[in-house]
Design a protein around this ligand. Sequence first.
Ligand SMILES: C[S@@+](CC[C@H](N)C(=O)[O-])C[C@H]1O[C@@H](n2cnc3c(N)ncnc32)[C@H](O)[C@@H]1O
Length: 319
Amino acid sequence: MDWTAVTVTTTNEAVEAVSNILMEHGASGVQIDDEKDYEQLSQVDWAQQGEILNVDEIPHVQSGAKVTAYFPATIYVPEIVPEIKRQVDGLTAFNLEVAPAEVTTNKVDEANWATEWQKYYHPVQVTRFLTVVPSWEDYQPQNSDECIVKLDPGMAFGTGTHPTTKLSMQALELVVHGGERLIDVGTGSGVLSITAKQLGAGSIRAYDLDQVAVDSAKKNLALNPVAADVKVAANNLLEGISGEADIIVANILAEVIIPLIPQAWGLLPVHGYFITSGIISEKVDQILDAQRKQGFKIRQTLKMGDWYGVIAQKPGDDE
Ligand SMILES: C[S@@+](CC[C@H](N)C(=O)[O-])C[C@H]1O[C@@H](n2cnc3c(N)ncnc32)[C@H](O)[C@@H]1O
């Protein structure tokens, strides 16, 4: 999968707000190069430490800070860049100095993305019970109830840092009680399948349109012995898939959820759950309407920033 890096050159004080804007547009990670990180440099003899570094040659030391976000190919970056720029400029209304507020984009080749990302990706506690841990980190659970989802996200979406993944994990925590047959549509890194297994789900089938994601999911499932029996394959949504599932989870863009709704309905038994995430606020009503029209009952909507997750259920005859 191709990645695009979007870099906002701004001031130190605006770093957090700019990071939020980028994450709310679907970035799967944010890298911050802040002038303040380099303040101590002049006091250290870096040549002696085996490093040759000229502080004056680090561009963002003069410019304040650069916030870089990585967007997967599923997000059409040229469309969101003007909106990012508008929102960054709008931060001045909150008395934040943002200038120069330049927004630039760059294609990232796969190898560089993977190594760059490792520097910035650390354990993410998503809920009290679920923590996503990079495969290269030595992390000890903080209590006996904490489940670990080990991931080497590689090129696939699903690091546990994105609101849409977090919402899906929270929704799974609400509906998985043990033994359910589950389908994970758009599995990406496999994060939701591993989560569901940690929560006690039974058999799981995971699908993704992108072969890179399928390969990445397989690697991650192998890192988590609890998920060793999850079946992963390349597939377009649920086309050609048969066999009931008690829970179907899909963290995919709203446009892609629409054709999935009748497919999910067809595979769920009465009382089966359909969890959808990846829904930006402007699209949530459209998704809720389409699900209701299909016959689903909306049991819960979850929200994080501008993103929504929906827990829908196929009702019994008595409803
Ligand atoms: C937002 S990512 C979600 C990844 C992971 N499940 C998570 O929650 O973090 C969406 C995934 O859906 C996949 N996808 C997009 N369109 C698809 C389709 N029509 N059929 C199957 N997978 C699709 C993408 O390749 C991507 O891996």
